[in-house]
Write a protein that binds this ligand. Structure first.
Ligand code: 5AD
Ligand code: FES
Length: 372
């Protein structure tokens, strides 16, 4: 089947709405064809994806003020610059006051939501601290800020406590939905267990979080088959949010040695855009983030992601002095920007591509809201 035929599998939007969250009928082969699209075919895919987004979600972009709470991490994923086995930078944890100040700033800037992210810890002190911070953030202007957590694998009890404290979204990328590939990018040990990761995603869904997952694109050993399966995984789990960004090799990590065996930065970017566009057609009402990694490999990367189907941006609110110690990957974008500069910059950049920020709103996933 050619691209036009595949794209035409999408019925009129009324029919699509009647069917619920989406367009069905894409086979794995169809997905691989879409992911391999080049030239005019690729343009057609991108145009269709944008059209689908505008039809279902309008031209709004939602913001989540990102607070990188701590780079202390007990894990050592083979791709990640803040892995515990990297001694080449200082470890920090923000004070309670710093976190609350960031959240207040998010509120003042009209961001509507914050995302609290951190290296992975699951000790009792950490769990208590996060519970406390969530409760404190909730007190700002009577619970007006939405709260997303991105704090890795935890027990069901912990996830429940944080939910009850007021967090309502959780991001936990599967990173690679193919178990074999998962173990090529994670150590094979009890700390990095694939099944545990899957169970955590299921638990988050069960507890009622707006659950987000995602993968890195352009990983060593990753094939088009893997990426098509990743898309089917998101659909099968019926997640509310997805984040995908290009893999960026970090010199202090084991995967650095494969840097010459992966697609070029430009190819990883293009492949990420095709993943976003294809998923937008499969899941028209989910929230999809234009990840910062996109902007790192291409100065226009975030806008490009928005223009092919993403609808969320996470501007960094971490105090500038800590940002250079949260380099999950090198040359991370916006490390030196001040929050108010970020805001003007975003408004202008988004206006240039016909989009606008929806200020002072939680910006929940429409797919999730309809389902519940
Ligand atoms: N390149 C791109 N993304 C990365 N992440 C971690 N390391 C890298 C890297 N080297 C992503 C992972 C993780 C998220 C916080 O950052 O997908 O879930
Ligand atoms: Fe696992 Fe950083 S060590 S994502």
């Amino acid at each position: 089947m050619n691209i036009t035929e595949i794209l035409n599998k999408i019925g009129p939007s009324t029919l699509r709405r009647a069917q619920g969250s989406g367009t069905l009928g894409y086979t794995k082969e169809d997905l691989k064809t879409l992911l391999a699209a080049e030239g005019e075919d690729k343009k057609l895919l991108f145009a269709k994806a944008l059209q689908s987004k505008l039809e279902h979600l309008d031209n709004y972009v939602h913001l989540r003020g990102l607070i990188e709470y701590s780079n202390v991490c007990t894990k050592y994923c083979l791709y990640c610059g803040v892995r515990s086995k990297n001694p080449n930078f200082e470890r920090y944890t923000l004070s309670d006051e710093e976190v609350i100040e960031c959240a207040k700033l998010a509120h003042e800037l009209g961001y509507g939501s914050v995302a609290l992210q951190s290296g992975e810890r699951s000790d009792a002190a950490f769990v208590d601290k996060i519970t406390y911070l969530v409760q404190e953030i909730k007190k700002i202007d009577n619970g007006s800020l939405g709260i997303t957590l991105s704090l890795g694998e935890q027990t069901e009890e912990t996830y429940r406590r944080w939910f009850e404290a007021g967090a309502h979204r959780y991001l936990l990328r599967i990173e690679a939905s193919n178990e074999e590939l998962y173990y090529k990018i994670h150590p094979r040990d009890e700390k990095h267990d694939f099944q545990t990761r899957l169970n955590c995603i299921d638990t988050l869904l069960k507890l009622g979080y707006q659950t987000g997952t995602g993968v890195m694109v352009g990983l060593p050993f990753q094939t088009l088959d893997d990426l098509a399966d990743d898309l089917l995984f998101f659909k099968q789990k019926d997640v509310a949010m997805v984040g995908m960004g290009p893999f960026i090799p970090h010199p202090d990590t084991p995967l650095w040695q494969y840097r010459d065996q992966i697609p070029s930065a430009e190819q990883r970017m293009e492949l990420t855009l095709k993943m976003i566009a294809t998923l937008r057609l499969m899941m028209p009402e989910i929230n999809m983030v234009a990840a910062t990694a996109n902007q790192t490999v291409d100065p226009q990367g975030r806008e490009k992601a928005i223009a092919v189907g993403a609808n969320v941006i996470m501007p960094n609110l971490t105090p500038n002095e800590f940002r250079e110690n949260y380099l999950i990957y090198p040359d991370k974008a916006c490390v030196n920007d001040k929050p108010d500069q970020c805001q003007t910059c975003l408004d202008v950049r988004l206006a240039a591509i016909g989009h606008k920020v929806l200020y002072n709103a939680w910006g929940d996933s429409v797919a999730f809201t309809k389902k519940h």
